[in-house]
Design a protein around this ligand. Sequence first.
Ligand SMILES: NC(=O)c1ccc[n+]([C@@H]2O[C@H](COP(=O)([O-])OP(=O)(O)OC[C@H]3O[C@@H](n4cnc5c(N)ncnc54)[C@H](OP(=O)(O)O)[C@@H]3O)[C@@H](O)[C@H]2O)c1
Length: 267
Amino acid sequence: MRMAFIGGGNMGEAMIRGILDRGTAKAREIRVSDISEARRSHLAQKYGLAVTDSNRSATERAEVIILAIKPGSLPQVMEELKGSLKAGQTVISIAAGVTLARLSQGLGRKSVVRAMPNMPAQIGQGMTVWTATEEVNEEDRRRARLVLEALGRQAFVPDERFIDMATAVSGSGPAYVFLIIESFVDAAVRIGLPRDLAQELVLETVLGSAHLVQKSDRHPAELRNLVTSPGGTTAEGLHVLEEGSLRALLGRAIIAAYEKAKALRGE
Ligand SMILES: NC(=O)c1ccc[n+]([C@@H]2O[C@H](COP(=O)([O-])OP(=O)(O)OC[C@H]3O[C@@H](n4cnc5c(N)ncnc54)[C@H](OP(=O)(O)O)[C@@H]3O)[C@@H](O)[C@H]2O)c1
C-alpha cells in the first residue's frame, strides 16, 4: 500500500514502525514529509524511507495519507494540500481535537477519517478510536482499519462525540495509569520492598489483573469479591480506598478531561 506521512514525529514514527513490522506497507512504498531535517534524516537512515520537505509531493502517488502533525500545524498543512488530493486517496488525521468538519473544510474534500490513538501505540499496544465522514467508502474504511491496526487495537465509532469521550478515557488514560503505577510502587517501597522488586510486583499485578478481566466472563466487582477474604488484608486495603473516594475521584477526573476535550474543539 503506498502511503504518505505528513509529519514523522513521535506518533508518525510509531505508526511507520508498526506498519513495517506487520508488512502493511513496504519501506519503498512509504514517503514522509517533515519540516524537520533531523526527523527526515533519522527516518531515511533508520527505515530506508523516501523523505521530502514538500507535503504536496509526498502525497502525489499515495493511496493513504496520514496527517501526523500537531493540531496547531494542521491549518497551514491543509492549506498546502487543498485542491491537490484525489478522490481515490484515503485521508486519515490523528490530530487531537480536530473535527471532521474542520478537516473537510480545511482540505476541501468530504471524505476524511479522524482517529484518536494513544501512547502505547509506540509499542504496538495502542487503542485507537476512529470515525469517518459518510462519504468515506468501504475501501477507504478497509485501508484505515489496516493502517490503524499497526498501532494495536482499533475501534470504529459512528458518532464523532465518542472521539471526545475516548480522548478522556483511552487518550488521557495512559497518564492516569502511570500515576497509579507510580504511587503504587512508592507505597510498596514505603513499607519496605526494594524498588526494583516493588516495580516488578506492581507491573505484573496491573498487567495480570487487566488480562484476567479481559479473559474472564465475570464482572470486575465479582473478581474483586473473590479476592477479598472476610476479615483479611484486601478488605482492609479496599476500605481505605473507598474511604478516600477513589471511585468518585476517578469519575470526576474522566468528566473533567471530557469537558476539556469538548472545550478544545469549541463546543
Ligand atoms: N503522542 C501521542 O501520544 C499522541 C496521542 C494521540 C494523538 N496524537 C496526535 O498525533 C499528532 C502528532 O503528534 P506527535 O507527538 O507525533 O508530534 P511531533 O512529535 O511533534 O511530530 C510532528 C512532526 O511534524 C513536523 N511538522 C510540523 N509542522 C509541519 C509541517 N507544516 N509540515 C510537515 N511536518 C511538520 C514536526 O516538526 P517540528 O518538530 O520541527 O515542528 C514533527 O517532526 C498530534 O496531532 C497529536 O495530537 C499524539
